[in-house]
Design a protein around this ligand. Structure first.
Ligand SMILES: [Zn+2]
Length: 377
């Protein structure tokens, strides 16, 4: 077949490699482009859109060698606020339990029904204690079954409502996350009872808290710093910042770390805030690890404000925190169970629900449970 194309018999396959290797200006140009494209990889790793979080190198330590917050130590109000508050605490025995959360009667049956259904679920035991069930794993947040959170059992703040689930009715607990060493969050009698019930239960604690557990015979303890993660079966446990402080004796202020926790798996992503004032860390954690299917957030112990502002959120701040974290559901806890602060017992849940009802459609759904209630999520 004839053709007028003079090149018809001279077409040679284009050898790209040979061209780039032999054509020096082109080679330099392409190498520069390749380097430019790879630059984010060298600087930020493979998550170019997520620069390393401020907590990547662990919690800050101050010049005295004790832990502190990103913003420094938190304020607890002047003596003119603190002293009257302490005096009011002595009246705690006289305070009625009007407004304390209701307790559901068939809590154990409801929990069992959910276990049978195999749904991801959360149960409110009371205060900050929740049982979370995701990816076939059961874990507890800051478990406290004791009647009083106190170094002197007879003198501490009273418990208004009994735990929603008995220790006996709990499923096998795979692990526990502890936020800090205040007595209403790190309850030794409960931890010892849980370890006795199942010696395989792992206790994840922020830096410096392991010693206390080990001294009390608990061996499966993992200490983590802010920004550290560890695998538990098919889940990842993340130790993260909170804005708080620690103290258990007269001489140990801030010698052990406080933290919040995220537990992420293929099925669900959960965040537990522990105790915290409202701080920019929520936005950063949300950006790094969110969105979360469930955020468990403290909404009580905010009054008097001048004293609690930096260490405890009010219900509106707690709702904002859940929004910052990219929560789908926000479960309010840390209210109504122990007599810890001045606000009326029924105020935190009401304000939390009100805040949620006026929020936009994209905002978290605020959840307030009765004690012992289980919901799937
Ligand atoms: Zn605390």
């Amino acid at each position: 077949m004839g053709t007028d194309n003079p090149w018809a018999n001279q077409i040679v396959p284009f050898n790209a490699c040979a061209f780039f290797v032999t054509n020096r200006p082109t080679r330099h140009y392409l190498l520069s482009i390749a380097l430019l494209l790879l630059l984010p990889e060298f600087i930020w790793g493979n998550e170019a859109t997520k620069p390393a979080p401020s907590y990547a190198n662990g919690a800050p330590v101050d010049s005295n060698g004790v832990f502190t917050n990103d913003k420094g130590d938190i304020a607890h109000g002047s003596a003119s606020v603190r002293v009257p508050f302490m005096l009011r605490r002595f009246g705690t025995y006289l305070r009625s339990d009007k407004g304390a959360p209701e307790q559901i009667q068939d809590a154990a049956a409801q929990l069992q029904a959910n276990i049978q259904a195999g749904q991801p679920a959360v149960t409110w035991v009371g205060h900050s204690t929740t049982l979370v069930q995701i990816d076939g794993i059961n874990f507890l947040t800051d478990p406290i079954w004791s009647k009083r959170p106190s170094p002197v059992p007879l003198l501490g703040p009273r418990r208004y409502v009994a735990p929603g689930i008995t220790l006996e009715d709990l499923p096998v607990i795979d692990f526990v996350v502890i936020s800090h060493n205040h007595y209403d969050h790190l309850d030794l009698p409960t931890l010892v009872a849980l370890a006795k019930k199942n010696p395989q239960t792992v206790f994840f604690v922020p830096m410096g808290n392991g010693k206390l557990l080990r001294e009390n015979g608990i061996t499966e303890v993992v200490e983590l710093d802010w920004g550290q993660t560890t695998a538990y079966k098919n889940l990842t446990v993340h130790c993260l910042p909170s804005q708080h402080w620690s103290k258990r004796t007269l001489t140990d202020t801030n010698k052990t770390l406080w933290a919040s926790w995220a537990v992420t798996g293929g099925e669900r992503r959960v965040y537990y805030a522990g105790d915290s004032g409202y701080f920019p860390g929520f936005t950063e954690i949300g950006r790094q690890l969110g969105p979360f299917d469930l955020v468990i957030v403290p909404i009580g112990a905010y009054a008097p404000r001048a004293m609690m502002l930096e260490s405890h959120m009010n219900p509106e701040e707690a709702f904002d925190a859940a929004s910052d974290l990219g929560a789908s559901k926000a479960l309010g806890v840390h209210f109504g169970t122990f007599d810890l602060s001045d606000e009326p017992l029924a105020e935190p849940p009401q304000r939390f629900l009100n805040t949620g009802s006026s929020a936009t459609a994209a905002a978290p759904t605020p959840w307030i449970f009765k004690i012992g209630e289980t919901r799937s999520f």
